[in-house]
Design a protein around this ligand. Structure first.
Ligand code: GFB
Length: 313
């Protein structure tokens, strides 16, 4: 399957986020017309506003990168936001895409849609084969509904709407707020501040033992463009780096990149979450996409961006 983006009007919903920003930048090197809307211009949770905006702007292609996202604690403590807002956003965009005849739509999900104890590395067909991780079940249910909505439009109306499931992402434009961020940006901030303060240790949540797979966001953006051009299937497709590390190993790499020389303490009152969620990315690899940024290089680039954009941090 080869879909050409040339001359197409492509709407990236969520362009202010880390993923949407990277996808927007990557699409600018394609011969297409990228359109975006700020939150002030368009509230994606309001059905009528989305309907009017999409009818007025008539994109040919849509990338759904808009979502309420966050780390393990944000997911666990704001279940309404993660479930309800994500359901509203994706449902408004996908249903109106069909209403105005959008040809191609890419919905972005997350590896947390898979069962907590799915066999590793996780293949796409393990979806809905077991219980979800409780800390992010709200987000996972919303994302599963998004995958199903794309499948439903494909089945009932023949729409070429696809879903990609990225592993844990990081990079420039990430959220560095310690209460709501994911682990990688959180540990970058903690290590940076620890180095500046000459601290003897920094605190990690949980045991440090869970394994996570991290993908640099520019690699994901490359994958999104690749999939828009070449993937047409009702099954979601995994987009991973191909290897995972323990949270402790991640902290050690971050300490080495930032120059933090102290040790680590562990806050056992905070959750570990899923013990492991390494994706099997064999399908997208076989089609011709592979991650190219190794973890250390990606962390270095992210740290440079953090220092440039968050000043003294
Ligand atoms: O990245 P993270 O918040 O989310 O946490 P998940 C990953 C692991 O890092 C957990 C540990 O075991 C955390 O306890 N960790 C250690 C920390 N120190 C810290 C810290 O300072 N901050 C944070 N945030 N974690 C999310 C889901 O799960 O992954 C989302 O909740 C989504 O829904 C996302 O799927 C990709 O990897 O556990």
């Amino acid at each position: 399957m080869v879909f050409s983006l040339a001359g197409k009007k492509v709407w990236v919903a969520g362009h202010r986020g880390m993923v949407g920003g990277a996808v927007t930048s990557r699409l600018r090197s394609e011969n297409c017309n990228v359109i975006t809307a700020t939150h002030a211009e368009l509230d994606l949770t309001r059905q009528k506003d989305v309907e009017d905006w999409m009818a007025a702007h008539k994109p040919d292609v849509v990338v759904v990168a808009a979502a309420v996202v966050g780390g393990i604690l944000a997911n666990d403590s704001r279940p309404v936001d993660f479930l309800n807002q994500n359901l509203l956003i994706q449902s408004n965009i996908i249903s109106n895409a069909h209403a105005i005849g959008v040809e191609r739509l890419l919905f972005l999900g997350s590896s947390c849609i898979y069962p907590r104890l799915a066999p590793q590395p996780i293949t796409e067909d393990s979806l809905l084969t077991g219980p979800l991780e409780p800390t992010n079940q709200w987000y996972a249910i919303a994302k599963i509904a998004g995958v199903k909505l794309c499948q439903a439009y494909r089945r009932q109306y023949g729409r070429d709407y696809i879903s990609a499931m990225p592993t844990n992402l990081y990079g420039p434009g990430d959220n560095f707020d310690l209460t709501s961020s994911h682990v990688l940006p959180a540990l970058l901030v903690k290590a940076h501040r620890g180095k500046v303060a000459g601290a003897s240790s920094i605190e990690l949540w949980g045991s440090g033992k869970p394994l996570r797979e991290f993908l640099y966001v520019e690699d994901l953006a490359e994958a999104c463009v690749f999939l828009l051009k070449s993937y047409s299937h009702d099954e979601p497709i995994n987009v991973g780096f191909g290897a995972d590390v323990t949270i402790r190993e991640l902290a050690e790499t971050i300490a080495s990149v930032t120059g933090f020389q102290g040790g680590f303490t562990f806050d056992a009152t905070k959750p570990d979450g899923t013990p492991r969620k390494l994706m099997n990315s064999g399908r997208i690899n076989a089609l011709g996409w592979k991650a190219t940024t190794n973890l250390r290089d990606g962390i270095s680039k992210t740290y440079a961006w953090y220092k440039a954009n968050h000043g003294a941090g």
